[in-house]
Each structure stands twice: as C-alpha cells, then as structure tokens.
Design a protein around this ligand. Sequence first.
Ligand SMILES: [Zn+2]
Length: 302
Amino acid sequence: MVLKNLPDMLRLLFSLILISSTLLLQAQNQPLRIIMIGAHPDDCDIKGGGTAALFSKMGHAVKFVSVTNGDAGHHKEGGGMLAKRRYAETQEVAKRLGIEYDVLDNHDGELLPTLPIRLDLIRKIREWNADIVIGPRPNDYHPDHRYTGVLVQDAAFMVGVPNVAADTPPIKKNPVFFYFQDNFQKPNPFQPDVTIDITSVFDQKIHALDAHTSQFYEWLPWIGGYADKVPASPEERKQWLAQQRFLPVTPEIKASLTKWYGKSKAEQIKYVEAFEICEYGSRPSEDDIKRLFPMIGIITKP
Ligand SMILES: [Zn+2]
C-alpha cells in the first residue's frame, strides 16, 4: 500500500486506533468463566450457589463439577439408580441457577486422589477455559471432600503444562484458584480473602438447593437424626431449608466484608459466601479480585 498524502495516513491511523480500541473493549467485556469443583452433587451448590447465581445474572459462565456421582448418599437407595436420581437433581439445579452442571462417574464415599481423576479435572478446567477455579480445602471430615481438595490443588499448576493430558490443549492463562468456606480449624482456619454479598440471590440459592430432594429432605435429615423435623409442604420445606443453609458471618467474615464493601454497606449484608485464595494458581492483586468478582461492592435488594 502506498500512502500518497497526509489525509490517507491519518485515515489509516484512525482506523488502526478504532480497531485496537474495539478489540480492547471486547477483551474487557468478555464474560468471565468460573468452574466450581465439589466432591458430591450438592457441594458447590451449598458453598457457592449464591455467587454462581450472581455471576450468571451478570452474563458470566459458571460450571459446577461433582467429582463423585453421589451413589452412596442415601439410606434407602443406592448404586446406579441413586446416581441417576442425583444427576437429574443437578440438572434441575443448573436450570434454577442458570449454570452448567457436570457429574463425574466416580463412586461416592470411595474417592481417592488418583492420576486419572487428576487428569479428568485438568481437562475440565482447560475445556471450560476457566478464569476462576473454586474447590474445597484439603482439611475436612469427609474423605471425598479432602481428596477433591487435593485433586484440584494437584491440577492447579498442571493445567498449563502441554505434555500433561496432552489430548486437551493447555490453558493459556493460569486461572486463580480459590477454596470454599469451611469451619475446620486444623492445621489452619479458613481465611476469607474474598467475601460476596449474596443477599439478593439467597432465595434463588435456596430454590436451587431445594432441587436436591434426595439430600436435604431425605438423606441428610436421616443421617443427622432429624428426619422427623422435615416439613411436609413444599413451601414450608424451603423456609426450613433457608433457616439452616446460610453460612455464618464470623468476625473474620465481617472484616472481609468491610474491606470489600465498606463499613456501612457491610452492616446491611445478611447472607454471604466467602472464598480463600489458593497459593498454587495465579496470584491475584486486589484489582484482579475486583475484575474477577465484578459483583463486589454492589448491594442489591432481594
Ligand atoms: Zn459433600
């Protein structure tokens, strides 16, 4: 191309600026991609369902993965039929939260941190092209939760290594890994690095949990010794579930809320979900956290 005169050059320059600013805008407006990984087909829902609903409402893409099929989570049912029932429950949750929900076909209660499952999780994170990965901490009463924590940690570096799970292209940018909130104190208590106000979507979260009939109204009351307390009517059940299924606002959580939302907004926040940064993925700055959790600082009424 020959540029004969100054106006041609200016036009070209103007076009280049326009193209690059459009690309930059597109990159900034790209939906975030979040993958939450739990051991059982209700773990992500309990610890991250509200945050998932907020992401989904804002146009971002969320996938839950259950590493086991949940086939031990009942006192009267079991095996393949229970796994099928629980899979159907996850797909109803997906509809209610506006997300995708995958279930891996590993037995419930028998999970081990094996290489094939690690490779499966590496593929899941890569295929989702995740910006954020959230899993349990590896300190927990339940061996499936513990080993899911180990499996996700073991995937954190390997998602970027091309020769590992070489059939799936490596992720271009290492995601930020987070842990779900828990109450275990040893060897160290959960640290709420990021706390999200889920008050506006709390009812939606409970509506999602309500889809796990086999768990919240059958198995968990039975194993917990309170099966006689489950209300009969669907509406009463949901209210009953809402009374049990909120995460406690501890002093540490309150301090985290104050950091991210400011003191006066933090005072108004009733329902929260909190996450701890895992040291093994990308290390986010405060600006990265605000970009990755764009709902931070925004208070909305239910
Ligand atoms: Zn679980």
